[in-house]
Design a protein around this ligand. Sequence first.
Ligand code: HEM
Length: 179
Amino acid sequence: TIDETSWLYCSAKGHCPDVNACNQECLGRSFHGGAEWLLFFGSTMGGNGNKVFTLAEVSQHNNAKDCWLVIHGKVYNVTKFLEDHPGGDDVLLSSTGKDATNDFEDIGHSTSAVAMMDEFYVGDIDTSTFPNKFKYTPPKQPHYNQDKTPEFIIKILQFLAPLFILGLAVGIHFYTKST
Ligand code: HEM
């Protein structure tokens, strides 16, 4: 059955004035009539009423006509806000397709900026679809020293020379002793 809360949410935002003639974008989706609306909530609304998106799904909304952001585990459709964003539309567009939490926090947005976000909320992100930041990347150079420059040879000689002198001294000692 239709989710009344979500319906009220959308109509309060000025979307979908009539559920049977709902053809405006709401919750990040376009609806063409009540049947599609019903289908949307029937198929995509989870237990808590929040749609959960994968990063791949959100990443598709990465342009000036359709721009979604992921901040603090939530998904925001900021398409209508692009022009009005005080920091410009380009920064918002460059924060698409990834977890934009750090980008958002680094600016030190005001509490009023945070309060505005509710208006653009469309669902939650499945954080397991984020790429693993701590993935092991092997070093480009092998660990052992491949340096064949004279500097390296000098270092080796500096180490071998005392050993050679010590060996020579021991050799002479035993040689003179036996003769
Ligand atoms: C739903 C998400 C966002 C909302 C509602 C929002 C809202 C705002 C608002 C209201 C301001 C004015 C200053 C303030 O009140 O803090 C602002 C400034 C700014 N925002 Fe955002 N923003 C969002 C996301 C982002 C993201 C993802 C970035 C990426 C870097 C960003 C970058 C900036 C920059 C650079 C400024 C200008 C700061 C300055 O000139 O001091 N914003 N934003």
